[in-house]
Design a protein around this ligand. Structure first.
Ligand code: NAD
Length: 311
């Protein structure tokens, strides 16, 4: 069968599909080109760049399965795909460690002023006195959303000597217990954490879950880390809290609008920012690519894929 891959993938992922007998075409199709060619393919594999909306699905007359090499399927109209009898599969485990490590990187960078120090030296300023940092050891991290990434972050923070508390209304207490995360009420988490790291999907329930009232509860030196989705944090409220010195700083990998353009956060030196690179490592791309190829191969064989999101 014919498989179209539009956002690139690991060579091993292509090899798996070919070894299963499929013809693979790599084409970084523009939205217009995708509409022209999608009708020729039995399967499509994307990351986040390619948007698969109703117009494309209407033309996908041979399509049996769409694979997302990663976790978030917000770029695919999964409901409409289901109506068309097209399975959507993803690779939810591929990026877990990469995102957890990035959240930890933001925490360490903020704790020691890495960006401020680098920028200082670039402009020939030796900011040694201004850069009095702190250790992670002995501090408390509050993890909102204690699923795969939240738990991976917890174990890494524990290795740094941190206390790990969490909020996750859907997580069984014994799972939290095994991960050494003490589940607390959300307000307690905001009041007692030195670092607050978000690891929830963007839903009606989580949109702007951190806004002015929550920021007002936080410690004056608290750091907010968002490597989940823009929109979970109210950026305007966060900017005001940072500007007014009501919290210590923020580490952001995701933004309400991406790219954020001429963002006001750029004027603040207690903010670290990365361009949505949580899953952007060689390792995560390899894992997500090979995992999604496996899912697509299963679906093309008529088997039930393990990570079928629109059953
Ligand atoms: P997961 O499904 O394993 O964990 C999410 C957890 O959030 C679950 O345990 C769930 O019970 C919990 N949850 C749901 N609603 C909640 C709420 N209102 N309050 C608190 N907890 C709630 O997912 P994961 O693999 O850990 O990924 C988490 C999120 O990370 C994804 O949804 C995605 O938005 C984000 N992500 C970002 C990147 C990146 O590039 N920065 C990459 C991958 C994933």
């Amino acid at each position: 069968m014919k498989v179209l891959i539009t956002d690139g993938t690991a060579p091993e992922a292509v090899k798996m599909l070919e070894e299963a007998g499929h013809e693979v075409v790599l084409d970084e199709a523009s939205p217009e080109r995708l509409l022209e060619i999608i009708g020729e393919y039995d399967a499509l594999i994307v990351r986040s760049r390619t948007k698969v909306r109703q117009d494309a699905l209407d033309r996908a007359v041979r399509m049996k399965v769409i694979g997302r090499a990663g976790i978030g399927v917000d770029n695919i109209d999964v409901k409409y795909a289901k109506e068309k009898g097209i399975k959507v599969v993803n690779a939810p485990l591929g990026s877990t460690l990469s995102v957890a490590e990035l959240a930890l990187s933001h925490m360490l960078a903020l704790a020691r002023g890495l960006v401020k120090g680098t920028n200082g030296i670039r402009s020939q300023q030796w900011l040694k006195k201004q850069l009095k940092g702190m250790e992670l050891d002995g501090k408390t991290v509050g993890i909102i959303g204690c699923g795969r990434i939240g738990q991976a972050l917890a174990s890494r923070c524990q290795a740094f000597g941190m206390t790990t508390i969490g909020y996750d209304p859907y997580l069984p207490a014994e799972v939290a217990g095994r991960a050494n995360i003490r589940l607390v009420e959300l307000d307690d988490l905001y009041r007692t954490s030195d670092f607050i790291s978000l690891h929830v999907a963007l839903t009606d329930e989580t949109r702007h879950m951190i806004s002015k009232p929550q920021l007002d509860m936080m410690k004056k030196n608290a750091y907010v880390i968002n490597c989940a989705r823009g929109g979970v944090v109210d950026e305007e409220a966060l900017y005001n809290a940072l500007k007014e010195g009501r919290i210590g700083g923020a580490g952001l990998d995701v933004f309400e609008t991406e790219p954020p353009g001429d963002t006001k956060f750029a004027e603040l030196d207690n903010v670290t920012m990365t361009p949505h690179i949580g899953a952007n490592t060689v390792d995560a791309q390899f894992k997500a690519g090979t995992m999604v190829s496996e899912q697509v191969i299963m679906a093309l064989k008529g088997e039930t894929p393990t990570f079928w999101v629109n059953k």
